[in-house]
Ligand binder design. Structure first.
Ligand code: 26V
Length: 821
C-alpha cells in the first residue's frame, strides 16, 4: 500500500525532497536550472517553516486559555540565523541534510546564504535571544516584544585599518522566518496636548489629543524550544503611516505632504541605534522606545479583553520584564491606558502596574543611564509627562515620610533630575514602577545596591534580587560545536543539552588519557576550521597548533582591548630582543564593532590592525606569533570563533562589566579564561575552581581605593621599563609608518587619565599571561583544565537563569503544548 505523506509536514527523505522542489517552484518561482543558492536557501527555509507551524499555532491556541504569559520587552533581540537552530530544535537536522544532499546541494552552502537579523548591539540583545530559546524549551508561555528595524547593526569593514560602517540590508532578499499580521495593527499617538475635562457622569478625566498617529504592524517569528511542542512568538513592530491621514491630505490636494508624512512615520523603525553603553538623547530613539512599548501593551490588553477576563487582573495574566530602561516608558503608558482609556482609578491602576513590571539593569556605567530632557519628553509625550509628575509626587510624599528633611535623598530618588537642565530619569521610573529589580551577576547586583541604585535599595530592599545571566547550550554548543557535542553525548548521553549540570559527569573523564586525546583532537580540528576561514577572508596564515588567544566583544575602553594590545607588543618585544627565546607560539585574535561616533574605540581597532600589519610581516617572529582582527563580528562569526579558542580574554576593569556572556560561551566550549574579578567572571571562577582560571588585576574595592587616593598612571609608566618600552614604541610611530600623532590621543589618555586603569593592571596581566604560556606547554594538564571548565559550566545555562526569573520574579509555570489541530 502507498502511504501519501503531506508535503508540508512529512519527514521522509522522499517527501522532504519533493517539498524542496515544490517550494522552489511555487514560492521562489524558479526551475532548478535557473535557481540561485539563495533560491534554494529560501525553498529550504520554507520547507522547515512548514514543519514548525503546527507547533507554533497550537502554542498560540494554548495561551488563549487563561495562562500567565511572560512578556519580554526589549529594544533589541539578536537572534542570529534561524535555519540550523530550527533544524536542531525540531530534531530533523540529519534528515534534512540527507534530503538536501540527495538533491545534489550542499547544506553548508545553503546555511551560509542566511543573513542574520542583526537587531541588537551586543550583550543585551543576545541575552534576550538566549532567554527566548530557554523560555520555549522550558515550555513557559512567553512573547518577546521589540522593534523590526529595517536596518540592524551595521556591517563592519576594515579599510586601511579603520572601521567603515556598511548599511545592513538584512531584508533585501526577503525573510522566510517572519509572518506579517497586518490586520492586528495598533495605533500609537505622538505629540499634541492633553485635555482635562469632566465626563457625562461628572468624573474627572483626561484625554490625549495627539498631533500625529503612527500605525504599528506586528511581524511574528516563531521561537521553537528544543524537542518540545512549544513555539513562542517574537513579535516585532514595524511603523507605517495611517492611511486615513494620507487620504485627508490627498483630498485637500496636498499629495506631496501626504507622502512626506508617510516617510516620517516609516522612519521610526528604520534603524537600530548602534551605540551601546552611551546615550545620545536623540528624539527618534525616544519615539522608537515609546512606539514599541505602546504597541506591546495595547496588544496585551487586546489579548486579555478578547478572553472576556477583567482588565483588573492584568498583572495576573502578564509578567512584563523591562530589558534595561529602554522600555521603561511602559510604566507611564500602562497607567495611561488603564486610567485614561479604560477608566480604572489611579490607585487600582498603580497596583496593577507595579505588580506587572519587573526591571533588569544591565550596566553600571553612569554614561549609560538613560535620561530625557523634559522639554523633548513633554513635546513628544505630554500626557506621559503629567503621569510621571503624578507618580513622582506620590512617591516623594512617601520618601518624605520615611526621611523627613533629607533633601539629598529626595533629589536623588526623584524621577526628575533638577540639578541643571531638567531630565526624566528612566531608571528611577523603572524602579518605582516595578515590583522586582535585578542585576545580571552577583557582583553587579551587589554594586547596584551600593552605588547607582543605593537609595532605591534602602527604600525598597525587598524588590532587589540577582539573576546571573546564562547562555543557551543549544546554539552555543550543539549548533556551533557539533564535534564536541558528539563526543560529550557519546560519553554521558544527551540530557546535558537541557540539563547542563549533567556536564559534571565529564569530571572523571578528565583523568582518562584517551578521552583527553579526543578532546584535544577536536579543539585542533575546530581551530583548523577557523584558521581556514582567516586564510580565506584575510589572507593571513595562522598555525592551528599555536595558542589561540581570543577577545571578541564590542570595542570599548572599559573592556580594555588595548590592554590586550599592550601584551601583544610586550610579547613581540621579548621575541625581538631574544630571537631564540623559547616562547609558546600564539595567535592573537580580536573582533568587535565600535560605535560609529566613538573615536577612541575606532582608534583601538586601528591600533590592533596596525600592530597586526607589522607583526605578521616581520620575519623575525614568523611562526611564533600572529595578530588577526576578524571584521564584522556577529552571531554567525561567534559560532565559528568561540569553539576555536584556547584562551578567553575577559579583562574589563573590575566593577565595569555587568556580567558578560561571551565569557560563558568560551568556557562552555573548552577555553580557559584569563580575567579580572568582574561581572560573571567571579562566578565562573567559583564554579570551575581557582586553579583552572587565570586571575589577574585589581579588585573592585582596590579600583575604588586607588581612584580615591589619586591614581597617577604616569608613575606606572615611569617605573616599569617593559611597559615604558611598549608605550614608547607606539608613540614612536613604529606601527604607524612613522606617524607619531596617530595614536597620541590613546597614549595621552593612558598616561594622564587612564580611567580604566590599564597601567595599574599591566604587570599583573603580563605575569598572568606568562603563566598561561607555561601552562599551555603541559598539553595534558591544559586539556584536563579545559575538560574541567566545561564539566563545571552547568550554572551558566540560560535555562537556569530563566527558571530563576520564573520562580523569583514572574511566578509562572510551564504549560506543555499538545498538538490538537
Ligand atoms: C544602551 C543604549 C543607550 C541608548 C542607545 C542604544 C543603547 C543600546 C544599549 C545600551 C545598553 C547596553 C547595555 C548592555 O548591553 N549591557 C550588557 O548586558 C549584558 C547582558 O546582561 C551583560 O552581559 C554585559 O556585561 C553588559 O555590558
Amino acid at each position: 500500500q502507498i502511504r501519501v505523506e503531506d508535503d508540508r509536514t512529512g519527514l521522509s527523505i522522499t517527501t522532504l525532497r519533493s517539498a524542496l522542489a515544490d517550494n522552489l517552484f511555487y514560492i521562489q518561482g524558479k526551475f532548478p536550472g535557473t535557481a540561485t543558492k539563495n533560491d534554494y536557501y529560501m525553498a529550504l527555509a520554507y520547507t522547515v517553516r512548514d514543519r514548525l507551524l503546527q507547533r507554533w499555532l497550537n502554542t498560540t491556541q494554548t495561551y488563549r486559555k487563561n495562562v500567565k504569559v511572560v512578556c519580554y520587552l526589549s529594544a533589541e533581540f539578536l537572534i542570529g540565523p534561524q535555519l540550523v537552530n530550527n533544524l536542531i530544535n525540531l530534531g530533523i537536522y540529519a534528515k534534512i541534510r540527507q534530503a538536501v544532499e540527495e538533491s545534489g546541494l550542499s547544506l553548508q552552502e545553503l546555511i551560509e546564504q542566511e543573513e542574520e537579523p542583526g537587531l541588537g548591539n551586543g550583550g543585551l540583545g543576545r541575552l534576550a535571544a538566549c532567554y527566548l530559546d530557554s523560555l520555549s524549551t522550558l515550555e513557559i508561555p512567553a512573547i518577546g516584544y521589540g522593534i523590526r528595524y529595517e536596518f540592524g547593526i551595521f556591517d563592519q569593514e576594515i579599510r586601511d585599518g579603520w572601521q567603515v560602517e556598511i548599511t545592513d540590508k538584512w531584508l533585501q532578499y526577503g525573510n522566510p522566518w517572519e509572518i506579517a499580521r497586518p490586520e492586528e495593527y495598533v495605533e500609537v499617538k505622538f505629540g499634541g496636548r492633553s485635555e482635562h475635562y469632566y465626563d457625562e457622569k461628572g468624573n474627572y478625566r483626561v484625554r490625549w489629543i495627539p498631533d500625529r498617529v503612527v500605525k504599528g504592524v506586528p511581524y511574528d517569528t516563531p521561537i521553537l524550544g528544543y524537542q518540545v511542542n512549544t513555539a513562542n512568538t517574537l513579535r516585532l513592530w514595524k511603523a507605517e503611516a495611517i492611511e486615513s491621514f494620507d487620504f485627508q491630505a490627498f483630498n485637500i490636494g496636498d499629495y506631496y505632504g501626504a507622502v512626506d508624512a508617510k516617510i516620517v512615520s516609516e522612519n521610526l523603525t528604520k534603524i537600530l541605534y548602534p551605540n551601546d553603553e552611551v546615550i545620545q538623547g536623540k528624539e527618534l530613539r525616544l519615539q522608537q522606545q515609546y512606539f514599541f512599548v505602546s504597541c506591546a501593551l495595547q496588544d496585551m490588553i487586546r489579548l486579555l479583553l478578547s478572553t472576556e477576563v477583567s482588565l483588573e487582573t492584568f498583572h495576573q495574566q502578564f509578567a512584563v520584564q523591562l530589558n534595561d530602561t529602554h522600555p521603561a516608558i511602559g510604566v507611564a503608558e500602562l497607567m495611561r491606558l488603564l486610567v485614561d482609556e479604560h477608566r480604572i482609578d489611579w490607585d487600582k491602576a498603580w497596583h496593577i502596574t507595579q505588580n506587572t513590571f519587573a526591571f533588569t539593569n544591565h550596566t553600571l556605567l553612569p554614561e549609560a543611564l538613560e535620561k530625557w530632557p523634559i522639554e523633548l519628553f513633554g513635546r513628544l509625550l505630554p500626557r506621559h509627562l503629567e503621569i510621571i509628575y503624578e507618580i513622582n509626587q506620590r512617591f516623594l510624599d512617601r520618601v518624605r515620610m520615611k526621611y523627613p528633611r533629607d533633601l539629598g535623598k529626595l533629589s536623588r530618588l526623584s524621577l526628575i533630575d533638577e540639578s541643571g537642565e531638567r531630565y526624566v530619569r528612566m531608571a528611577n521610573l523603572a524602579c518605582v514602577g516595578s515590583h522586582a529589580i535585578n542585576g545580571v551577576a552577583e557582583l553587579h547586583t551587589e554594586l547596584l545596591k551600593k552605588t547607582v541604585l543605593k537609595d532605591f535599595y534602602e527604600f525598597f530592599p525587598e524588590k532587589f534580587a540577582n539573576v546571573t545571566n546564562g547562555v543557551t547550550p543549544r546554539r552555543w554548543m550543539v549548533l556551533s560545536n557539533p564535534r564536541l557535542t558528539r563526543l560529550i553525548t557519546e560519553k554521558i548521553g544527551d540530557r546535558w543539552i537541557t540539563h547542563l549540570d549533567d556536564l559534571r559527569k565529564l569530571e572523571t573523564l578528565a583523568d582518562d588519557a584517551s578521552f583527553r586525546q579526543q578532546w584535544r583532537q577536536i579543539k585542533q580540528e575546530t581551530k583548523g576550521d577557523l584558521a581556514a576561514y582567516i586564510r580565506k577572508k584575510l589572507d593571513i596564515i595562522v598555525d592551528p597548533k599555536s595558542l589561540f588567544d581570543i577577545q571578541v566583544k564590542r570595542i570599548h575602553e572599559y573592556k580594555r582591548q588595548h590592554l590586550n594590545v599592550l601584551h601583544v607588543i610586550t610579547f613581540y618585544n621579548r621575541l625581538k630582543h631574544d630571537r631564540d627565546l623559547d616562547i609558546t607560539p600564539r595567535t592573537f585574535i580580536f573582533g568587535g564593532k565600535a560605535a560609529p561616533g566613538y573615536f577612541m574605540a575606532k582608534l583601538i581597532i586601528k591600533l590592533i590592525v596596525s600592530v597586526a600589519n607589522i607583526v605578521n610581516n616581520d620575519p623575525d617572529v614568523r611562526d611564533r606569533m600572529k595578530v588577526v582582527f576578524i571584521p564584522d563580528f556577529n552571531v554567525t562569526l561567534g559560532q565559528r570563533i568561540y569553539p576555536a579558542a584556547d584562551l578567553s580574554e575577559q579583562i574589563s576593569t573590575a566593577g565595569k562589566e555587568a556580567s558578560g556572556t561571551g565569557n560563558m560561551k568560551f568556557a562552555l566550549n573548552g577555553a580557559l579564561t584569563i580575567g579580572t574579578l568582574d561581572g560573571a567572571n567571579v562566578e565562573i571562577r567559583e564554579e570551575v575552581g581557582a586553579e583552572n582560571f587565570f586571575l589577574f588585576g585589581l579588585t573592585t574595592e582596590e579600583v575604588y581605593g586607588l581612584k580615591a587616593r589619586g591614581y597617577r598612571p604616569f608613575d606606572y609608566y615611569n617605573q616599569n621599563a617593559e611597559l615604558k618600552a611598549v608605550i614608547d614604541l607606539i608613540s614612536s610611530g613604529f606601527f604607524s609608518h612613522g606617524d607619531v600623532d596617530l595614536f597620541k590621543p590613546l597614549i595621552d589618555n593612558l598616561l594622564y587619565r587612564d580611567d580604566y586603569m590599564l597601567l595599574a593592571d599591566y604587570q599583573s596581566y603580563i605575569d598572568t599571561q606568562e603563566k598561561v604560556s607555561q601552562a599551555y606547554r603541559d598539553r595534558e594538564n591544559w586539556t584536563r583544565m579545559s575538560i574541567l571548565n566545561v564539566a563545571r559550566m552547568g550554572k551558566f545555562s540560560s535555562d537556569r537563569s530563566i527558571r530563576e526569573y520564573a520562580q523569583k520574579i514572574w511566578k509562572v509555570e510551564p504549560v506543555p503544548v499538545e498538538l490538537l489541530q
